[in-house]
Write a protein that binds this ligand. Structure first.
Ligand code: GLN
Length: 249
């Protein structure tokens, strides 16, 4: 990395209302992996009644149907305009499960109640009778060009998400259900949004994805030509490889 002082702002969206199954570990992983490289990080938090600090990375976790409804029905036009602009500005977003669904057009919940989404992602979600739960292995979309191609994760949802025509999947299911348990796609990519169903410590478990997010954010703020240095991932990949082995893939 060059000598210029690099700093990144990260906003954790709806950290109290929507953050289940340890999704917050993703923010910690981003923070630590930046600090280990001497990249300055400021973490901001924005829940329903807070304004959103303009940031390089936005993280938004999952939540129960009720939490999704509360967030959706309290989403101000200002906030929607702001996030739409940030997506257009190629800011990096990591969305997990309930927030992925909310970034889409709508989610029909298990009571047949329509929860309006932000409509930024051309996807929609329909609740199903099936709970799609368990460990996952995802082969990431080649467009991401990740150094290590597979993602190990954990999913827990009943919503089935279907992608519109212009949306690429985040990856393809090797083990698990993914978007809907039918078409083998998992998650969505749009601009610099990564949306997926991978709950819990996704980034601690998959350092290659964490570093991809950090690199994209630096590229977007400082331009091309700044490469992040490698750090020791021995422990992380020992965990990653043992998960793959356990899942026999
Ligand atoms: N309520 C949504 C579903 O079950 C999202 C749940 C979650 O974020 N885990 O599909």
């Amino acid at each position: 990395m060059n000598d210029k002082k690099i700093s990144l702002d990260i906003t954790f969206l709806f950290p109290n209302t929507m953050s289940t199954y340890g999704d917050s570990g993703n923010v910690l992983a981003l923070q630590k992996r930046c600090e280990w490289r001497n990249i300055e990080v400021k973490i901001h938090y924005s829940d329903i009644y807070d304004s959103i600090y303009p940031s390089d990375i936005y993280f938004w976790g999952g939540g129960q149907d009720r939490a999704q409804e509360v967030v959706s029905s309290n989403f101000s036009q200002n906030k929607l305009d702001f996030l739409t602009k940030e997506v257009d500005n190629n800011k990096v977003f990591l969305l997990i499960c309930g927030s992925y669904q909310l970034m889409g057009k709508y989610y029909i919940d298990s009571n047949n109640n329509k929860i309006e989404g932000l409509g930024i992602l051309d996807v929609y979600t329909q609740s199903s009778k099936k709970r799609m739960i368990g460990n996952t292995v995802i082969e990431t979309n080649p467009t991401l060009n990740l150094k290590v191609k597979k993602i190990v994760g954990f999913e827990n949802h009943s919503g089935q998400t279907f992608l519109g025509e212009k949306i690429e999947p985040f990856g393809y299911v090797k083990i698990g259900f993914g978007n809907n348990g039918l078409d083998k796609t998992e998650g969505a990519l749009f601009k610099n949004i990564i949306a997926c169903y991978q709950h819990g410590p996704l980034l601690p478990k998959n350092p290659h994805l964490a570093d991809y997010i950090i690199s994209k954010a630096i590229e977007n703020r400082y331009g091309l030509g700044i490469k992040i240095n490698e750090i020791d991932n021995t422990l992380e990949y020992a965990a990653y490889n043992s998960t793959l082995k356990k899942l026999k893939i």
